[in-house]
Design a protein around this ligand. Structure first.
Ligand SMILES: *Cc1c(COP(=O)(O)O)cnc(C)c1O
Length: 332
């Protein structure tokens, strides 16, 4: 890979890869707002900010990693086209970036992906292949397809260029709120938190990085405790974007999360629903379950001492409206 510099010897992205990503993706990705939550700040006697990754055109941060990876491909690779497997938001990002660049995209998803996401993918002009009932099954199918048709697989998280792309969130947070001492980040495969943690820890190792997942099917959480990637049954959860394994062979995100992340926590479905309701009620925003896990962490775990400077990463808004209303009605 000639146009990206990776941390020598490890293949892991370095902080300058994140700066390079920022430059590369600037034509497709706009900086997102960091807004103070006065209500949360009062409640927790701290400064609590929300990093609004739900504000991208496609409603999620995954556009950052996808854009950085696809823009790094050779013109020949771009012409042949790209493919991916995804619980939805990454597929959406790949389809969006491919359409912007005028290249073909095939998205392989499992049948667990909510209808709203399938429709959004179709609207972006991608070819959709639905296969199996878990992300790992969709992944197997994607590999066969890539081999047969010469497509490049854009992985959802375990790729240094994808991690560097997600890391640009960390740069933006530091620019807007250099006083930050704690960040709470939703975790699935770990690309989001690996990128953000790389940036924050490289600037100040004392910044606390907390990863959060739902109680049901939290693969990274249990893998960290087992010391190696584990496989779990997928279950229905409000945080469906956090489902999925660490990939058949994890090279980057698992070791990076082991190295950089201070703690990982689990939150209940009820706390996630409360977080979603809170954002609607006090910030007039509709977000998906995964994006509300940071708030759920504050409500359920109270992890911050008074006078902290906290950022919650609000990661996306792709949620079926009926599901949103059903989950939140008792808290509004
Ligand atoms: C993908 C995703 C995450 C988790 O990102 P990983 O890099 O897989 O850990 C969190 N929130 C939303 C909305 C997502 O789509």
């Amino acid at each position: 890979m000639d146009n990206s510099r990776l941390y020598p010897g490890t293949g892991q992205p370095a902080i300058r890869d994140v700066w390079a990503a920022r430059k590369r993706i600037s034509r497709l990705v706009t900086k997102t707002p960091l807004v103070k939550s006065s209500n949360l700040s009062e409640q927790f006697r701290s400064s609590v900010y929300l990093k609004l990754e739900n504000m991208h055109e496609i409603g999620t941060f995954k556009i950052r990693g996808a854009a950085n990876k696809i823009l790094s491909l050779t013109p020949e690779e771009q012409q042949r086209g790209v493919t991916t497997f995804s619980t939805g938001n990454h597929g959406l990002a790949v389809a969006y970036v491919a359409r912007k660049l005028g290249i073909p995209a095939v998205i392989c998803i499992s049948k667990r992906v909510p209808d709203v996401k399938v429709k959004a993918l179709q609207k972006l002009g991608a070819t959709i292949k639905i296969h199996g009932s878990s992300q790992d099954e969709a992944e197997g199918y994607c590999h066969q397809l890539a081999e047969k048709e010469g497509l490049t697989i854009i992985k959802p998280f375990d790729d240094p260029l994808v991690i560097a792309g997600q890391g640009t969130i960390g740069l933006e947070i530091l620019e807007d709120f250099p006083e930050i001492d704690t960040v709470i980040v939703p975790v699935s495969g770990g690309g989001l938190i690996a990128g953000i943690a790389l940036v924050l820890k490289s600037n100040d190792p004392d910044i606390r990085v907390i990863g959060v997942s739902m109680e049901k099917g939290a693969v990274m959480y249990h893998s960290l405790r087992a010391g190696k990637p584990v496989v779990l049954e997928e279950e229905d959860t409000l945080a469906d974007s956090l489902l999925g394994g660490l990939g058949r062979e994890n090279h980057y995100t698992f070791p990076m999360v082991q190295k950089y992340v201070d703690e990982t926590v689990l939150v209940s479905e009820k706390a996630i629903a409360q977080g979603m309701a809170f954002l609607m009620k006090w910030h007039r925003m509709i977000v998906e379950g995964a994006a509300a896990t940071g708030l759920a962490t504050l409500f359920e775990k109270e992890p911050v001492s008074p006078s902290s400077n906290v950022v919650l990463v609000v990661s996306g808004n792709n949620v079926d409206l009926p599901a949103f209303l059903k989950a939140t009605q008792e808290f509004i």
